[in-house]
Design a protein around this ligand. Structure first.
Ligand code: ADP
Length: 276
């Protein structure tokens, strides 16, 4: 068990059964040192991933407006090496992107071996906003779940570790966050009437999320539902899941590095032998 809920393959997700206000029995002051220790472990594991250069990591973040995607990314970036990590936001497709299949713009941002990609929104928008706003006919978006599963399976076969996080906030918490933005001039740039309009479609988004989470959570590329009404709990839950997913590779990566060290040392010694 972890703090974030792992969606089992082919499970039918009902978001109302998962409490966005969950705190895992912890207070904020109890959680912060745990998150910090896990963050440091994550940082070490990601250094190994980078150095071993055999696997890549794709982290997908989805959630409604104000769910905390940006905040979660900011938190993770404290523990990441900028050399090996890229944040990729996916916005409304450009004219060129829209003229291709929906995965065309995604694939080029898939992380290369040894690197990490953090997707702020993703190919899932093509079965979420696109579905809710009828941007393509139903027979088109319905077929996309299978395309998404095949695409993610392709990435996994190419040695990518995929972890997907749905940041689960309550409708009330969203209203509080939207209103708080209006009171804080430093957040004015985030104000958008579109957020209030999207909120009117809360139930439609719930249905769309439930279907995406239910249909696209194979064991190799799972979805995690992260209770996100409390930012500190969100950060703990995500960090814990990343660490748990990477720990099993520690030994393999250490072995790879040790082996490489042996070969490199042999080469250095052989070179020294050739010196006068
Ligand atoms: P964010 O809300 O992520 O901070 P923006 O305010 O620029 O950033 O919002 C990006 C917008 O792009 C969102 O409304 C999202 O639904 C939309 N979007 C992303 N991908 C697609 C897509 N494939 N088709 C239509 N809209 C999309």
């Amino acid at each position: 068990m972890g703090y974030a809920y792992r969606v089992k393959p082919d499970e039918t997700v009902q978001l109302r059964e998962i409490n966005p206000d969950e705190k895992g029995g912890l207070s904020k002051s109890e959680a912060l040192p745990l998150t910090d220790a896990l963050g440091k472990e994550m940082s070490d594991l990601l250094e190994l991933l980078y150095a071993a250069n055999s696997k890549s990591l794709l982290l997908v973040l989805q959630g409604r407006d104000t769910a905390g995607k940006d905040g979660a990314i900011r938190h993770m970036l404290q523990f990441l090496n900028v050399q090996s990590c890229r944040v990729v936001p996916f916005k409304v497709p450009t004219v060129e992107e829209a003229a291709h299949d929906f995965l065309w713009r995604i694939h080029e941002h898939a992380p290369a071996r040894g690197s990490i990609a953090l997707f702020n929104r993703s190919h899932y928008e093509d079965v979420l906003v696109v579905r809710v706003h009828n941007l393509v006919p139903e027979e088109v978006w319905k077929r996309r779940y299978a395309h998404i599963n095949a695409f993610e399976s392709l990435l996994c076969d190419g040695n990518t570790i995929i972890l997907k996080f749905y940041l689960h906030i309550s409708k009330q918490e969203q209203e509080e966050r939207l209103r708080a933005r209006e009171k804080d001039p430093t957040k004015s740039w985030k104000l958008a009437v579109a957020d209030w309009k999207e909120r009117e479609l809360w139930d439609e988004y719930t249905t769309a999320y439930e279907e995406a989470l239910s249909r696209c959570s194979p064991a190799e590329a799972p979805w995690f539902i992260v209770p996100a009404d409390h930012k500190w709990f969100r950060d703990l839950a995500i960090t814990e899941r990343i660490v748990k997913a990477l720990r099993p590779y520690r030994e393999e990566w250490m072995d790879e590095l040790t082996q490489r060290g042996v070969v490199a040392k042999r080469e250095i010694e052989a070179f020294r032998e050739t010196l006068p």
